[in-house]
Write a protein that binds this ligand. Structure first.
Ligand SMILES: Cc1ncc(COP(=O)(O)O)c(C=O)c1O
Length: 412
């Protein structure tokens, strides 16, 4: 997606300075070609008939991207009424949507139970509420079997964390369902976000399958998301879909043959689908040195780019202007908020000398970047644009205005 020549780094032929001039800074840019390639890559994980991929909307819920993902035959996972609204706007119909709940009230549940979605519940209390609202129906549950992995403790999602129903309570969930005349029809899991090899994922697959053996009425088994991409330049490759496919499919088919259970298997990837399709541009507004440490100050704070602050997430930063032959300085690249933790990259070695007015480019910004952005410090959120397959630009989100900040406020 990036073309580096001596004068500038271009994005699919587009000049970053010109994009910023037209759409403002900071700016999120997505590449349709990469997004489609990622959808095709993730589908390589299984060739079994009936296998589903649910794209985890939380990674990026921009409608135009959801439409592309849908057109690649990838289904959607939603976690809130808002995500549900957006995936429906993108054209998803109930049979292609999975609703993953977490700590929903009976009222929240009542909004989703009768919409024909596949629903996965996260606690015994939700199971009770569900069967009070829909006696006689079937629903899936999320199992917390203690197997977890992730790039930060904040995204490890099994073990001593809030998610899922412990294996000791699976029978209780079945009993509540049975009493209402309904059933538990699926076991779902999600071990956490970000792994680059398949050992831990496979360990979870084996564990979930062994838990599922004694429940012949299960129709769905889902192994969650978490498939990683290399954020560091010299990091190992992304999750090896093709290599794992043979092991995965053999494990699933052997299990079906052994148990005689007819089950639809699925996964819920977010990051793998969208991360590498996104880039965030920002402008350098000041350069300084404080007590021997160099700072490159940009207009991109953690309100609009939260992963480094929230998770110590790493994003490769490049200077798109390449007109200086001077050697780079090691610096902290920082944002424009009044917090010392407002850091995009610590001790970054930009490949050229950086000057005020240069445009920096943060890679792998498609997942958990815009979708986690906020209006902290009352700043209007940036615009998003899509570079279409034919290279043309489609604006997909307007930059917010100052007036938007007061829209939902009540004041006299
Ligand atoms: C239940 C569930 N499924 C899937 C995902 C997607 O994870 P990833 O984007 O790492 O693939 C998440 C992420 O938090 C999740 O909570």
């Amino acid at each position: 997606m990036l073309q580096k020549n001596d004068a500038i780094i271009k994005i699919r032929g587009h000049h970053p300075q010109e994009l910023i001039k037209k759409y403002g800074s900071p700016l999120y840019i997505y590449d349709e070609i990469t997004l489609r390639q990622n959808c095709r890559k993730i589908k390589e994980i299984s060739h079994l008939p009936g296998f589903s991929i649910y794209y985890s909307t939380k990674a990026n819920s921009s409608i135009e991207l959801l439409k592309i993902i849908k057109s690649e035959g990838v289904k959607a996972d939603a976690m809130s009424a808002g995500e549900l609204y957006l995936v429906e706007k993108a054209g998803y119909t109930p049979q292609n949507i999975l609703f993953m709940s977490n700590n929903l009230s009976k009222d929240d549940l009542s909004q989703v139970v009768n919409r024909g979605l596949n629903i996965c519940l996260d606690s015994i209390d939700e199971v009770e509420s569900f069967f009070k609202l829909s006696p006689g129906k079937d629903v899936s549950i999320r199992i917390n079997n203690g197997i977890s992995d992730g790039h930060s403790a904040k995204v490890k999602t099994a073990g001593k964390v809030k998610f899922g129903i412990s294996p000791k309570d699976i029978d209780l969930a079945h009993e509540i369902a049975r009493k209402s005349g309904g059933g538990i029809n699926g076991f779902f899991s999600h071990i956490g976000s970000f792994f680059l090899d398949y050992d831990i994922f496979h360990h979870n697959v084996l564990n979930l399958l062994s838990l599922a053996e004694k429940y012949p009425k299960l129709k769905y088994i889902d192994f969650g998301g978490g498939f990683g991409i290399p954020y560091y330049e010299n990091q190992q490759n992304e999750f090896p879909m093709k290599d794992y496919q043979k092991i995965f499919d053999k494990t699933l088919s052997d299990w079906q043959n052994k148990t005689g259970h007819k089950v639809n298997f699925s996964i819920q990837p977010g990051r793998f689908v969208v991360a590498t399709s996104g880039i965030c541009l920002c402008r350098v507004n000041s350069i300084k040195e404080n007590f021997g440490r160099s700072f490159v100050g940009t207009d991109l704070g953690f309100n609009f780019f939260p992963r480094p602050m929230l998770y110590d997430g790493h994003h490769q930063i490049l200077n798109s202007s390449r007109d200086s032959a001077n050697p780079p300085k090691i610096c902290d690249v920082v944002g424009n908020l009044c917090e010392s933790g407002d850091i995009l990259g610590k001790q970054v070695e930009l490949d050229r000398e950086t000057k005020v007015g240069d445009i920096l480019l943060l890679k792998d910004a498609g997942a958990y970047c815009f979708s986690m952005s906020s209006n902290y410090i009352a700043m209007p959120k940036p615009a998003e644009i899509l570079i279409k397959e034919d290279g043309t630009i489609l604006p997909i989100r307007e930059r917010e205005t100052i007036e938007d900040l007061a829209k939902s406020q009540l004041y006299t």
